[in-house]
Design a binder for this molecule. Structure first.
Ligand code: ADP
Ligand code: AMP
Length: 216
């Protein structure tokens, strides 16, 4: 049985930041649907070209292509022990498809769904100061978590950049889409007894401590 943890929370809550640490601590793969889409975009694959418009507008990529991409990723050898899912599922049909896929593939079921809670007004400040690493999806913040050398990733030395969809107008749309389409997942996982509410307003290492305690 694989160990599967779904990280929930609005854009900017800290899912990517925490997924990197959890993946290292728990020795589980880190699957970020946003990173997978950005990689397709860079490689100009058919999927990347399809996803591009949705991502630029801050909308969700359609469920069928997103589910297909994640199913394929989860069949890779590094997911045999389990994975931290970051950014997927983001709709009820995605969550249901994930449950079916885990059952059909004999991987098991989601074990825990920590929900990183952060007030809406904090999200814009977090995203407008976010710097992302081109190579490994590591994330920094110019004030809250600055890299040692501005513009360079501490972990792999690659270039840091500001995401096109982190500009204020797109962020507003992403937050609206989150409340409409993704927030219902909180009740979905609460209903299954899998939800753990985590205070995401605390400093990064304190959030990590709460998260680790919730999944161990
Ligand atoms: P998500 O993956 O949920 O969109 P990220 O992990 O990319 O969020 O974090 C968004 C931004 O907020 C990044 O710039 C990150 O450095 C910063 N950040 C993450 N967690 C915290 C925290 N607990 N306190 C302050 N800033 C944080
Ligand atoms: P993220 O890196 O998680 O902020 O995701 C960036 C963008 O990728 C989102 O705004 C969506 O356009 C797309 N995306 C990522 N994950 C999903 C998903 N599970 N379902 C649909 N679209 C997604």
């Amino acid at each position: 049985m694989a160990d599967l943890i779904v990280l929930l929370g609005p854009p900017g809550a800290g899912k990517g930041t925490q997924a990197k640490v959890l993946s290292r601590e728990l020795k589980l793969a880190h699957i970020s649907s946003g990173d997978l889409f950005r990689d397709h975009l860079r490689r100009k694959t058919e999927l990347g070209i399809l996803a591009q418009g949705y991502m630029q507008r801050g909308e969700l990529v359609p469920d069928d292509v997103t589910i297909g991409m994640i199913r394929e990723r989860m069949q890779a050898a590094d997911c045999a022990k389990g994975a931290i899912l970051d950014g997927f599922p983001r709709t009820l049909p995605q969550a249901e498809a994930l449950d079916r896929f885990l059952a059909d593939s004999k991987m098991g079921a989601v074990r825990k769904a920590p929900y990183i809670k952060v007030a809406e007004q904090v999200l814009v400040d977090r995203l407008s100061g976010r710097w992302s690493c081109r190579a490994g999806g590591h994330v920094y913040h110019e004030t809250f978590n600055p890299p040692k050398t501005p513009g360079t990733c501490d972990v792999d030395g690659s270039e840091l950049y500001q995401r096109e969809d982190d500009k204020a107008e797109t962020v507003k749309n992403r937050i609206r889409v989150y409340f409409e389409q993704t927030a219902p997942l909180i009740e979905y996982y609460r209903g299954k007894g899998l939800l753990a509410e985590i205070d995401g307003a605390k400093p990064i290492d304190e959030v990590t401590g709460e998260l680790l305690a919730s999944v161990r």
